[in-house]
Each structure stands twice: as C-alpha cells, then as structure tokens.
Write a protein that binds this ligand. Structure first.
Ligand code: IMP
Ligand code: MG
Length: 316
C-alpha cells in the first residue's frame, strides 16, 4: 500500500484501463460497479492513522474504493483471517479519527457470494447444488403476503394502482400479491439485464414496460433486494418517466448486504446474508418452482454456491 499525504489532491474518476489494481478481485468489483453505473475511484485517498515524531506518518490506510455518488468507501478483503483482523483494527481506528466517513468492509465470502449470485465463479459439471433447508414455508409466505396486500389496499384506498414487476424472480410473488390487493389495478413487467462478468456492458432494460407510467401511482414489486444496485438503477429510470408516486414492495430484504440505499416501503421478510432460492428465485435458472424459500448447499462444499465458488473459482 502506498502511503502518500494527499491533502488538497482531488482524485479523478478512475477507469478500469487506468487503474492499477493490486488484486484481480478488485478489477472484477470495478467491473461490477461499472455495470451498475456506480461511479468509483480506486484508492483515491490515504488516511494517516498514526503519526510519529515530526508528524511523520507511521501508519496509514487507503480504502480500495470510493463511490462518490454514495459517499461510501469500500475495502475488499480477500486476505487470510490474521490479516483481516488487522484490517478491522485499522478500520476502527479510521472511524475513531473520522467518524463522518462511511466505509464498508467486504469480506472474501461476501464478495464471492456477490459474484456467485450472478453465476460467476467456475462451476464444474460435477458440482451439484441442492436445497439445504426451508427458510420460509409456503404458509408463512401466504400469511405475510396477505398482510402486505391488506396494507397496500389500505394505503392506496380510492386510487388506481400500477404494479410493476421485475422479471423473472417476481413471478410467484406478483401473482399472489395482486390477488390480495382489493383495488383497481393494472400490472406490467420489466426485465433488467444482470451482471455476467462481461468485460463491457452496463445494466439495461432488456424488456420494457408496455404501460405509460406518467402521472400514475406506481408500485415496483421486487423479489429480493440485495446490494440495492438493481433497484437504484430501476428507480432512476422510472423517475424520469414522472409517475405521480413511486414506491417499492420487496418480498425479501437482505439488509446486511446493502451497498446502495433505496427506500423500500413494503418488505415481506428481512433475511440474513444467505443465498436463497424458490418461490420464483433461482440459482442459475433452477429452483424457481419450489413453493417455499430455501437455502442451498453445494455438494462439493458444504456452504452453498459461495463455498463452491470459494474453492473452485477461476476469477479470484
Ligand atoms: P441487487 O442488485 O444486488 O440488489 O440484486 C438484486 C437481484 O439479485 C434480485 O432481483 C435477484 O434477482 C438477485 N438475487 C439477490 N440475492 C439473491 C438470492 O439470494 N437468491 C436469488 N437471487 C438473488
Ligand atoms: Mg430480480
């Protein structure tokens, strides 16, 4: 890590071609951010942590990324546990000195699970992913969706609603939710491309709405909000079309993994940081037809897609 006093230096946005990444995982992360059009700077700032005699810097910390739009620093740690502990210490020290800065530590497993979510990380033909356990049963889903429907019916009473579902994961949820809303409503769907590790490309609308949303009460229906990057992009696109109101209803909220904050008005269930399938949600297009939400495990490792990616990934 370079230690440079950076007073007064204003960092220019970095591009993948120009950044000198210390680690391949950083480059992949930058590509992921590019895909979601989240501007980033690579190691733009070094924070002195400890000063010696004469103001000499004896310890410093340069977070890997700064995301100016979100005013957020990101430190990726793909290192061994012993080194991670040291990083935690540095991070705490940094927060003591600069309580105002926002920084997030992404552990190797967070990062790998981010990638495996998009199906990146080698899977060989012998790998088998299987359901581990039911996290939310069909009955629990039904009960909660009933409540959500009643709440939405109450909040939008006397108005006409347009539900916009984001394909494909939302199919089951949309079908059940709309049957619990006692209002005049229309539905429409949209398909958004997802990150595939491609060197180029950015998130885009693959299949657009057929309805005009201008001046209407729009409720975006999502299966799951994870980092929040998909939703952020979607909300920006939708706002440009000037709906009268725009809110979000997500069945699942993986709050612990949020990188980008977007307000979610209705949440079905808050779940822990674990990869889930079923009730519309997939792992590489499989498991959407399960009537419940389940966690998965890999038969080559006992830790879900994250475990297998960790042991076999070619990209890390
Ligand atoms: P985000 O942009 O990271 O918030 O990703 C949201 C999208 O990633 C969702 O709409 C899902 O398609 C997918 N996703 C995130 N977490 C999971 C999961 O645990 N299982 C299946 N798909 C997921
Ligand atoms: Mg989705």
């Amino acid at each position: 890590m370079n230690i440079e006093p950076l007073e007064g230096r204003s960092p220019a946005p970095t591009t993948i071609e120009h950044a000198r990444f210390a680690h391949e995982s950083e480059e992949e992360f930058a590509r992921l951010l590019d895909f979601y059009r989240v501007p980033w700077q690579y190691e733009p700032r070094t924070f002195p942590l400890r000063l010696g005699a004469g103001g000499r810097i004896i310890e410093a910390f340069s977070p890997d990324f700064y995301l100016p739009d979100l005013d957020l620093y990101i430190e990726l740690t793909t290192l061994k546990q012993a080194l991670v502990t040291d990083k935690h210490r540095k991070l705490r020290r940094l927060q003591e000195l600069h309580p105002d800065i926002q920084i997030k530590l992404l552990h190797k497993r967070d990062y790998l699970s981010l990638l495996s979510k998009y199906g990146i990380g080698a899977v060989n033909e012998h790998e088998r992913i299987a359901v581990r356990e039911v996290l939310i049963s069909a009955t629990e889903l039904e009960r909660r969706i009933n409540e959500l429907g009643a709440e939405i019916t109450h909040d939008y009473s006397g108005r006409e609603l347009l539900l916009v579902g984001v394909l494909k994961g939302v199919t089951c949820f949309m079908a059940d939710l709309m049957r619990h809303i006692a209002l005049q409503l229309s539905i429409d769907f949209m398909t958004i491309s997802s990150y595939d590790g491609d060197r180029s490309g950015a998130v885009r609308i693959v299949q657009d709405l057929t309805e005009n949303i201008e001046g209407r009460d729009v409720l975006v229906v999502e299966d799951i909000v994870d980092t929040g990057m998909t939703l952020r992009h979607l909300m920006r696109q939708m706002l440009m079309r000037e709906p009268a109101t725009l809110e979000v209803c997500a069945l699942l909220d993986k709050r612990a993994r949020r990188l980008v904050e977007t307000p979610i008005r209705y949440v079905g269930f808050e779940i822990a940081d674990e990869f889930v399938v079923g009730y519309g949600l997939d792992y590489r297009q499989r498991f959407r037809n399960l009537p419940f939400i389940a966690t998965v495990r890999s038969e080559t490792a006992d830790d879900g897609p994250r475990g297998s990616a960790a042991s076999e990934s070619a990209t890390i």
